[in-house]
Design a protein around this ligand. Structure first.
Ligand code: COA
Length: 417
């Protein structure tokens, strides 16, 4: 007798309860994508001058030919913001329409505030919540699942999910085992809710923390960086290459199969697999594990190396630009890395690729970015001023006037001259 249950929630101490958003099941579609990589290229030959290695060794063991390295003024935030702006252009969405921003990154600029909060400010996404997600190279798939789930419950309608890294800043450039692998970059997607079936169909998230030390980047307070004299050494990436290789080849096929099985699909239904770009041999293994042709597994590792959480959205943006995805295609993405973590997602592609147009919304987006740039310093100043009490205001003003008087009298020179 559900109808007999008193609807006490509707009345809050005599007042009407706040209106709730509808929670009917919706679908989360990818409607925008974008990528940004630094222009500075570091080739294998360049690396030969830094560590004892060779182009032949790197190419044959990893498939990497070159990677991008952030310039001094480029940061995880700046790369993430640029990728997000490109994704918003494709989706033709206004920053004020974004409800949620998630940045998956292993190289945030700060432990807090989150990189996502900085991106939110740069975009002028004044209605968005923002947080970073830490799941190393699986981070993008984890973040996509978080955002898609919020959309599917009806709690939000528009989210932007970004993978962004500046790994060149935390690589040990004296360690040839690791420094040859990593690069910098960012990729982003815009997710939107719709009643039309499709979009993110299923996701599998997994973790095995017993392997935490196989791939690690300690923070400054970690027990791993603690020195006898009480100080901490600079944190750098440590990796057990062979162990990670074995782990990755073990989990890729199984996790994609599990995600496909959730929606009654098999590897034969896949148009494209976008794996995390860690090693060409791992990528080739993914094709073997799924028993699909290698040309159905996307690879751009030769050009960017391993960009951790950024590698999947960068590869996705490139795949769409290369016309490798069409409406109705089934695509799987799989990430794996530090944690250990791994994650796979299956998506029914529904977007029809179109070039970003210079529309009125484009102009409004540029206006929002410009306004955010002006607003930032003004709000910071205003906030500082508001923190001062009237007495402090008067004391500060008097101190300022006294300083000015002293400066003037110093300029005039001592009295009587
Ligand atoms: N140049 C030349 N020689 C190198 C080298 C380099 N950059 N790096 C390592 N070597 C040497 C080693 O010192 C070792 O020499 P030794 O036999 O004299 O000790 C030899 O090459 C073989 O090393 P090994 O580690 O067994 O090589 P490998 O075939 O396993 O390849 C990786 C190493 C790192 C490329 C490979 O293990 C790998 O890709 N692992 C996965 C890493 C990964 O994907 N990490 C990120 C996951 S998100």
């Amino acid at each position: 007798m559900i109808d007999n249950i008193p609807r006490s929630g509707r009345l809050l101490r005599g007042r009407a309860a706040p209106a709730r958003r509808s929670h009917t099941l919706r679908y989360a579609h990818i409607v925008g994508w974008g990528m940004e990589v630094p222009s500075q290229v570091l080739t294998n030959s360049d690396l030969e001058a830094i560590v004892d290695t060779s182009d032949e060794w790197i190419t044959s063991r990893t498939g990497i030919k070159e990677r991008r390295i952030a310039a001094p003024r480029e940061t995880t935030t700046s790369l993430a913001t640029r990728a997000a702006q490109k994704a918003l252009d494709v989706a033709d969405v206004l920053p004020s329409d974004i409800d949620l921003i998630i940045v998956a990154t292993a190289t945030p600029e700060h432990i807090f505030p989150s990189t996502a909060s900085l991106v939110q400010d740069y975009l002028g996404a004044t209605n968005a919540g923002a947080f970073d997600l830490s799941a190393a190279c699986s981070g993008f798939v984890y973040a996509l699942d978080m955002a898609a789930s919020k959309i599917q419950t009806g709690a939000i309608n528009t989210a932007i999910v970004i993978g962004a890294e500046t790994l060149s800043r935390v690589v040990d450039w004296a360690d040839r085992n690791t420094c040859i692998l990593f690069g910098d970059g960012a990729g982003a997607v815009v997710l939107r809710g719709s009643d039309t079936p499709g979009g993110v169909l299923s996701t599998v998230l997994r973790s095995d923390g017993s392997g935490w030390d196989m791939l690690t980047l300690p923070t400054i307070n970690s027990r791993d960086t603690y020195l006898q004299d009480g100080t901490h050494e600079l944190h750098r990436i440590y990796m057990d290459g062979r162990g990670v290789f074995r782990f990755a080849t073990h989990v890729i096929g199984d996790s994609i199969r599990d995600a496909l099985a959730q929606v009654g699909l098999t590897p034969d239904d896949l148009t494209l697999v976008i794996p995390h770009q860690a090693n060409q041999r791992i990528i080739e293994h993914a094709a073997k594990a799924l028993k699909i042709p290698e040309d159905r597994v996307y690879s751009n590792i030769a050009r960017y190396g391993n960009t951790s959480a950024a590698s999947i959205p960068i590869a996705l943006a490139e795949a769409v630009e290369q016309d490798r995805l069409h409406a109705g295609d089934i695509v799987a993405m799989v990430g794996f890395g530090g944690g250990l973590t791994w994650a796979a997602t299956v998506i029914e592609w529904t977007a029809v690729p179109s070039r970003p147009a210079y529309s009125i919304t484009w102009g409004r987006r540029q206006g929002a970015y410009a306004y955010a740039g002006v607003r930032r310093p003004l709000v910071r100043w205003w906030r500082r001023l508001m923190l001062l009490s009237p007495t402090t205001w008067i004391l500060k003003a008097r101190a300022y006037l006294r300083r000015r008087r002293e400066q003037l009298s110093n300029l005039r020179g001592p009295k009587g001259n």
